[in-house]
Design a protein around this ligand. Structure first.
Ligand code: SF4
Length: 245
């Protein structure tokens, strides 16, 4: 030891760092990990409280009221030409407190007649997908990019989407779902502002104003291409994990 000190002195070393006793260090580490655990617990409690608040019947009532107010604001809307051919304005349906929201492109014939989104054959398939995900249709929220039926079920035009989209955005803002599933190219393009084909978009989780968004095929496409159901199932499985967590 003496030789070693002398060697350091010779080399011009004036101070030798003293290593703390292992015991002292481990106590410090212990305190640090206790603090981290307390922080983790606090954050967990906070998110549990938020979750409980959002499941609170009062919150549900408040959201329901906000949605009804929005519907009143939309009124007998004539903001775009789609108003001319509609029987019913199709606002949206489901749980105002839903963790999961589905967005399609617009009402078809059956939806226009009944005033509810996704009630035709494609809608029945969507209900099966929702059930396979472990939910009832009444637990999720379903809406469309445009609220009135485009003639002959054509795609909505960009100016029609531009007029109607703010209503959907307001609905999303009220409901605050944990995840959104976009059904088909029109819905995905309108929310994500992209012209990418749905075959390229699907399956890749996106961020929509802080909400995870999964683009996938429209159920009407699945009726024509049943083989694509496997891909849709892969896509929705990714969302199931998010909604459960
Ligand atoms: S599609 Fe939307 S903007 Fe156009 S008339 Fe219907 S509710 Fe109004």
């Amino acid at each position: 030891m003496r030789n070693l000190l002398e060697y350091h002195q010779l080399m011009g070393v004036k101070e030798i760092p003293v290593r703390r006793k292992p015991e002292a260090r481990s106590k410090k580490q212990e305190t640090r990990s206790q603090k981290t655990e307390v922080r983790r617990q606090k954050s967990e409690n906070r998110s549990q409280k938020q979750e409980a608040r959002s499941q609170n019947p009062k919150t549900q009532d408040a959201k329901d009221k906000q949605l009804r107010t929005l519907l009143e604001e939309i009124g007998d809307c004539t903001r775009c030409r789609l108003c001319k051919g509609r029987t019913h304005l199709v606002f949206g349906v489901g749980n105002p407190n839903a963790k999961l929201m589905f967005v399609g492109e617009g009402p078809g014939r059956d939806e226009d007649i009944q005033g509810e989104p996704f009630v035709g054959r494609a809608g029945q398939l969507l209900t099966k997908i929702i059930n396979a995900m472990g939910h009832k249709r009444s637990e999720v929220y379903i809406a469309n990019i445009v609220k009135c039926r485009p003639p002959e079920n054509r795609n909505p035009e960009p100016d029609e989407i531009a007029e109607c989209l703010p209503f959907l955005l307001h609905q999303i803002d009220i409901i605050k779902p944990k995840a959104i599933i976009c059904l088909g190219k029109v819905a995905s393009s309108a929310l994500m502002k992209t012209e990418e084909p749905i075959s390229r978009l699907r399956g890749k989780m996106q961020d929509f104003q802080g909400i995870p968004l999964m683009p996938t095929y429209h159920p009407a496409y699945l009726l024509r291409n049943p083989d694509a159901k496997k891909q849709v199932w892969e896509d929705v499985k990714k969302v199931m994990k998010l909604v459960r967590s």
